[in-house]
Design a protein around this ligand. Structure first.
Ligand SMILES: Nc1nc2c(ncn2[C@@H]2O[C@H](COP(=O)(O)OP(=O)(O)O)[C@@H](O)[C@H]2O)c(=O)[nH]1
Ligand SMILES: [Mg+2]
Length: 300
């Protein structure tokens, strides 16, 4: 078999399972996962290398209604992702009917020619089939295939690992024949520092609700390598004093939990002991401020 290598853009509205899929295929956590929309904030490349193929998956922030500057940046990043990949994987949540956010994604694909001339390069994952009630199967399937076409459509459950290999096989077939694009031990384009900041943000997302998740950003401020141990200092930014209080929790309990769980992930990632120092800071309206977005690496 000839070696194949190429880029797959993974698109879909927020919360359908795009990052879950990328992490699974890559075998490392390159993109954080949560049940909150807008979890993925910038395009992340996950690289899966085997002796038959190298698939570079571009995980994108889902398209969604932009309420602020951050929202616009996220949409722009989704747009860029579909302009030149070798294949496109559209992920939808088949347990629900298509909504406005899905329609925006379909519109984007159509505009870029992926639903007509380039349709053969598109694979559709009807994900979360584990949540699909039997009486909805036909109606929901019809609704999505009406918008996207019926070729290369596969029902998947990423959490139950159903049909994931089938899905990967469909994607690999669509990659061009050619040598790997990245060294074979590289699994992401994200610097370690960013993976660390994201690990902290993931724990915050998992533990807070409503407005706090959207208001949070994390930076790594210092990184001191002591050989078998790394000391890392991070700042967790929120927009209001009330959010800071929630995040710190009673007697600091919430922040401690976030720190402990993030540290475990980071130690696994680095293969070393980590001392993680977390500071919560208030910065009003960072999401609307281009300079702060830049500082946080969300805008270039
Ligand atoms: N029930 C179910 N949940 C899933 C499945 N795939 C992903 N999820 C969950 O859906 C949520 C959003 O996943 P994520 O990968 O962050 O979605 P993204 O916003 O599209 O990147 C997470 O809580 C996942 O665990 C699936 O096949 N079935
Ligand atoms: Mg995501």
């Amino acid at each position: 078999m000839e070696y194949r290598a190429g880029v797959v853009a993974v698109v879909g509205r927020p919360n359908v399972g795009k990052s879950t899929l990328v992490n699974h295929v890559v075998g490392h956590k390159v993109s954080i996962v949560s049940d909150k929309p807008q979890t993925t904030r910038k395009r992340v490349l996950g690289i899966a290398t085997t002796d038959q193929y190298q698939m570079v998956l571009a995980d994108t922030p889902g398209m969604h209604k932009a309420h602020d500057k951050l929202g616009h940046v996220l949409n722009e990043s989704a747009r860029q992702a579909v302009s030149e990949p070798d294949a496109v994987l559209v992920v939808v949540d088949v347990s629900r009917m298509p909504g406005k956010d899905d329609a925006d994604v379909f519109e984007l694909l159509k505009r870029e020619g992926w639903l007509d001339k380039k349709r053969s390069k598109v694979v559709v994952a009807l994900n979360k089939m584990d949540r699909l009630s039997p009486d909805r199967v036909q109606a929901n399937y019809d609704a999505y295939t009406k918008a996207l076409g019926e070729e290369n459509v596969v029902m998947t459950s990423l959490t139950k690992k159903q049909n994931v290999d089938l899905l990967v096989g469909l994607l690999v077939e669509r990659l061009p024949v050619g040598p790997p694009l990245y060294p074979e031990d590289e699994y992401t384009d994200q610097p370690l520092r960013d993976l660390v900041a994201e690990a902290v943000r993931e724990k915050v997302l998992a533990k807070t609700r409503e407005e706090v998740p959207h208001a949070v950003a994390v930076t790594v401020d210092s990184w001191d390598d002591h050989g078998d141990r790394v000391d890392i200092m991070v700042s967790i930014y929120v927009e209001r004093d009330g959010q800071k209080a929630i995040l710190i929790g009673k007697g600091g309990s919430m922040l401690r939990e976030v720190g402990t769980e993030a540290r475990k992930d980071i130690e696994e990632m680095l293969g070393r002991h980590v001392f993680l120092d977390t500071h919560v800071k208030v910065r009003a309206d960072w999401r609307a401020n281009p300079r702060l977005l830049q500082e946080l690496g969300l805008m270039s």
